[in-house]
Ligand binder design. Sequence first.
Ligand SMILES: NC(=O)c1ccc[n+]([C@@H]2O[C@H](COP(=O)([O-])OP(=O)(O)OC[C@H]3O[C@@H](n4cnc5c(N)ncnc54)[C@H](O)[C@@H]3O)[C@@H](O)[C@H]2O)c1
Ligand SMILES: O=C(O)C(=O)C[C@@H](O)[C@H](O)[C@H](O)COP(=O)(O)O
Ligand SMILES: [Zn+2]
Length: 371
Amino acid sequence: MAVIPVNIAGRPYEVRVGAGLLAELVPHCRGKLRKRDVPIVTDANVHAAWGDVVEASLRDNGHEPHWRILPPGEHTKSWDELAATVNWLLSLEVERGDHIIALGGGVIGDLTGFCAAVLKRGCKFIQVPTTLLSQVDSSVGGKTAINTPAGKNLVGAFHQPSLVLADLSALETLPTRELLAGYAEVVKYGLINDADFFAWCDTNGAKMVAGDSALREYAVAHSVAAKARIVAEDEFETTGRRALLNLGHTFGHALEAETGFSNRLLHGEAVALGMVLAARYSARKGLMPMASADHVAQHIGEVGLPASLSALGLDCNGAALVKHMLHDKKMDAGTLPFLLMKGIGKTYLDKQVSLEDVADFLDGELARTPA
Ligand SMILES: NC(=O)c1ccc[n+]([C@@H]2O[C@H](COP(=O)([O-])OP(=O)(O)OC[C@H]3O[C@@H](n4cnc5c(N)ncnc54)[C@H](O)[C@@H]3O)[C@@H](O)[C@H]2O)c1
Ligand SMILES: O=C(O)C(=O)C[C@@H](O)[C@H](O)[C@H](O)COP(=O)(O)O
Ligand SMILES: [Zn+2]
């Protein structure tokens, strides 16, 4: 097992990564479950796959689990589920010092974390991520949110968990498409500031996705450590440092909005394509060679993630995609800074990007014949 220490502004917590943590959930919670009753928020797929394992660990250790089982999918990050889940937690008489367990992917983690942030002005919560994406990214760093009709994650809070338990065994029941979506956020850490890790992905990514457990542990632990370092430098995304973690997301969130937050395009898939677009746009601006952008697209396409905008078959133009971007939380005095690349592992925040130019670029990408 790997234990990655996270220390955000003097508030430390651990990320424990290994196989079999769900079966040993209570011991791994390290005394944080201080009452008999334990609230657990999850979704129906996760409950079907792992509910009995978690239930047994709690009951065997003298706890009474209380389950809230939500519908799977992005639409669960909603005002309605937020209100209903907060009311459910209130009905359980959860106190500020109690820990709510978020058992699931990024949707469950984001929603439950936000409930914990607002309930009684802040309760504690434990992230138990069960997707690759949530293990490498969403369970760490304290961004919590719901979506609104205007866009992605537009209502939320920064609220750090007390503990993250990432059980690699949970990935055994995860559909391949979801594993791949999570892999996009792994590649992101290489593209941001770690060319060696991108090279590691080139060599090992496909084997890791296919199931090699040692490679999975390395990928999760490396990704978590990379994210923890960045978040520790800029918890509230004020200096631009944390914004690096948004590589591919300005394009990606616009694509998610355009496809109605539907199963047509998962978050990780949108980020994968968004990173290809960020790389291609950077090359078009002469910031890096087109060969480097082709390398990014080739890696993402070969592993099985979307790497071509035109192949999505969207019925829209570049201006429509840019319109979604106007809701991006990075908007600053009417301008939108973009994460662009001066090379693989050389991402930076560019504040001089013209949205007309981006719309023109996207028109070209929408019409381009896939390679
Ligand atoms: N807070 C952050 O920093 C952050 C970072 C990245 C992404 N996100 C958010 O995370 C969300 C995406 O998360 P996700 O990709 O984990 O999606 P998800 O939570 O929708 O889970 C994906 C699917 O896998 C199923 N599932 C989960 N674990 C399973 C398991 N072990 N076995 C079988 N099925 C399982 C779920 O039921 C769901 O159908 C998006 O809303 C995104 O915005 C947040
Ligand atoms: O933790 C961060 O910071 C990230 O940007 C991680 C992203 O992978 C994640 O999708 C995040 O939710 C996007 O943040 P947002 O502020 O653009 O909603
Ligand atoms: Zn993301």
